[in-house]
Write a protein that binds this ligand. Sequence first.
Ligand SMILES: NC(=O)c1ccc[n+]([C@@H]2O[C@H](COP(=O)([O-])OP(=O)(O)OC[C@H]3O[C@@H](n4cnc5c(N)ncnc54)[C@H](OP(=O)(O)O)[C@@H]3O)[C@@H](O)[C@H]2O)c1
Length: 256
Amino acid sequence: MSAAEPAAGDLAGRAAIVTGAGSGIGRATAVAFARAGADVLGVGRRAEALADTARLHPGITAFPADLREEDAAESVVGAAVERWGRVDVLVNNAGATAPMPLAEVTASRVADLMGLNVTAPSLLARAALEHLRASRGAIVNVSSTYGHRPMPGAAHYAASKAALEQLTRSWALELAPHRIRVNAVAPGPTESEALAAAGLPDDAIERIKSDEADRIPLGRRGEPVEVAAWILRLADAHTAWLTGQILTVDGGLELT
Ligand SMILES: NC(=O)c1ccc[n+]([C@@H]2O[C@H](COP(=O)([O-])OP(=O)(O)OC[C@H]3O[C@@H](n4cnc5c(N)ncnc54)[C@H](OP(=O)(O)O)[C@@H]3O)[C@@H](O)[C@H]2O)c1
């Protein structure tokens, strides 16, 4: 079969690592990959949240880990290789947003954010590299529309996602000789635990959500499955000739 005619469920026999799989976009992505036939290692800190994700499909294995910890990347990749003998796809989805007006910037807050949003994807990609070479696999990074738009009050979040987008483009060229593809999805406002995880109070969260829905041309915030569908697509054989691209999935918000 040619690359243009991939079989349905063509991730059968493939192994995928999905970070941040205990909630939101990562949970939906783990389920989408498992439904496409992949063996999925779902990574995150909360064992119970990952167990809830794993209950949604027998193809998902929970692997609790804090990606900010030294050696986490090696143990995550090692766990996938030990179980399935391969890594075909790395989805760098775990990430956090953090309100940080300039007056409140501290070295440790910046390091924390960059550690999760930039360093962890880098170390995971490095740890997975030899396996992705062997499988001619794919990396999908989860950026944000703020990876290429300014975000007053959270400049370091925007900067961390801009860094991830540049890693995506640069790795795409660096790894193309090994036939490893590297792409990114840049979601707009999507239902998830992200705002609560950033420590915002409920009334502020509701206000942000309704303001965002009003501004989105398609009239609503996105659902995690609507982002996961594109993460899956960027990893499967349908996009075998696509690399270094950042796909915005945001109900048209970026056009405004
Ligand atoms: N929702 C949106 O509107 C939106 C928009 C643009 C971009 N994004 C991006 O989409 C990605 C997924 O976010 P989401 O919206 O689905 O939010 P979410 O529900 O908060 O998901 C983030 C996930 O990352 C995991 N995580 C956080 N810190 C971690 C750590 N140190 N080690 C391992 N895992 C960690 C969390 O699990 P634990 O807490 O259990 O570790 C959680 O499952 C993020 O990169 C985010 O920046 C989201």
